[in-house]
Design a binder for this molecule. Structure first.
Ligand SMILES: *Cc1c(COP(=O)(O)O)cnc(C)c1O
Length: 387
């Protein structure tokens, strides 16, 4: 047996050791972290719905009506009217024929890829795709082809060399650690011309981009024929938990029959589905949340530019600051924490070697003053001789 301790020590020495912070408060700009109040810029609660009174009330009401747990898988006796209504509402919201709930986004990606692909097929993945897309591809046993980030010429030439079997191209709609968008119109054209599936994981676009928050696919004016497989998560801008896949009638029926991470797991607690129905209404109704977020993004980028910080090419709520080494990312994160700010360092293997960063995220629940406080603190960071 290998020594686990040796491996742990190596991680620590390489500044890659991960540790959890213990929260004593709801999500929001101000968090109780290990007993200390910190101003947080690293949550995915982009619209500030995780602690919204209407969402909480819907969850409480859902618990009174349906109880705490679903009791079984969807195909046994766990599929409640709460789940069913949420699926219909998500299908209408995304402009898809149908939607299917999964317990997590990780499972949704795994479940849809393994249902569509097997041995002899090929999955094409952007280098910066989320781990759940990569892992879903590996589990499916399809050949894996990765292409350089957003490099459509590279993808086109890989697709031109496709040899037999199904082809599926998977991308993040908004890249989770970089905040930039996938070129969906070009991807849709490439895939349509070569009879390839296109799967868009819109974990960070839904709720934030597009009309009424319909996401990155809507942002580009694309529909179900352009993007036949749409995956969305509910634990980010929606502020609750869970995920869904949306698409054609045949796609959803296929998933119900064959998707193992859908079939062999307990359905979401119904109160979570009820809470998500409330947050879906708020996502559509309270467009001021998206406007406030956009305002804060502009403020942050303008301020960071003035400070000469190395921003990445992102117009979304994800505004990473490249540190380079894991060591520098950690030291920046520590320095910010000493000033009462929480921005966690993102290190390999979550991001490529040499591109460790602070993943700053903004939320509609932040104020302009709070963003100024962040900018002030960032301005005092030791930039060293950064690239
Ligand atoms: C968070 C995330 C997931 C996983 O969703 P969970 O519901 O948290 O399991 C999948 N894809 C992307 C791009 C994500 O950011």
């Amino acid at each position: 047996m290998k020594s686990l301790q040796q491996e742990l020590d190596r991680r620590r020495a390489e500044h890659l050791y991960r540790r959890r912070r213990v929260l004593g408060s709801p999500q929001g700009p101000l968090l109780q972290v290990d007993g200390v109040e910190l101003l947080s810029f690293c949550s995915n609660d982009y619209l500030g719905l995780a602690n919204h009174p209407e969402v909480i009330a819907a969850m409480q009401h859902g618990a009174s009506k349906y109880g705490a747990g679903s009791g079984s898988a969807h195909l046994v006796s766990g599929h409640s009217t709460a789940h069913h209504a949420l699926e219909e509402e998500l299908a209408a919201f995304t402009g898809r024929s149908r939607a299917l709930l999964y317990s997590t986004g990780y499972m949704a990606n795994q479940g849809v890829i393994t249902a569509l692909l097997g041995r002899g097929d090929t999955i094409y993945q952007d280098r910066l795709n989320h781990a759940s897309l990569i892992d879903g591809g590996l589990l499916s046993r399809a050949h894996l082809k990765r292409y350089a980030h957003n490099d459509m010429a590279a993808l086109a030439s890989q697709l031109d060399n496709h040899s037999g079997g199904e082809a599926l191209v998977a991308v993040d709609g908004v890249f989770s650690m970089d905040g930039d968008l996938a070129p969906l119109p070009e991807l849709a054209t490439l895939c349509a011309g070569r009879d390839a599936w296109l799967l868009v994981d819109d974990a960070h676009g839904l709720g934030v981009l597009g009309s009424d928050g319909r996401g990155s696919v809507d942002h580009f004016g694309l529909g179900q024929t352009d993007v036949p497989v749409l995956m969305g998560t509910l634990g980010k801008a929606f502020g609750t938990f869970g995920a869904f896949v949306a698409g054609s009638e045949e796609l959803i029926e296929t998933l119900i029959q064959q998707s193992r991470s859908y079939i062999y797991t307990t359905a979401l607690p119904p109160p979570v589905a009820e809470a998500t129905r409330a947050s879906l209404r708020l996502v559509q109704k309270e467009s001021w949340r998206r406007e406030q977020l956009q305002q804060l993004i502009r403020q942050f980028r303008a301020g960071a530019e003035q400070l000469g910080l190395l921003l990445m090419d992102s117009e979304t709520a994800i505004q990473p600051l490249l540190a380079g080494s894991a060591e520098r990312a950690i030291s920046w994160s520590r320095a910010l924490e000493e000033e009462g700010l929480l921005v966690t360092a993102i290190r390999p293997p979550t991001v490529p070697e040499g591109s460790a960063r602070l993943r700053v995220t903004l939320s509609a629940s932040h104020t302009a003053e709070q963003v100024d406080r962040l900018l002030d603190a960032l301005g005092r960071l030791d930039q060293g001789n950064s690239k």
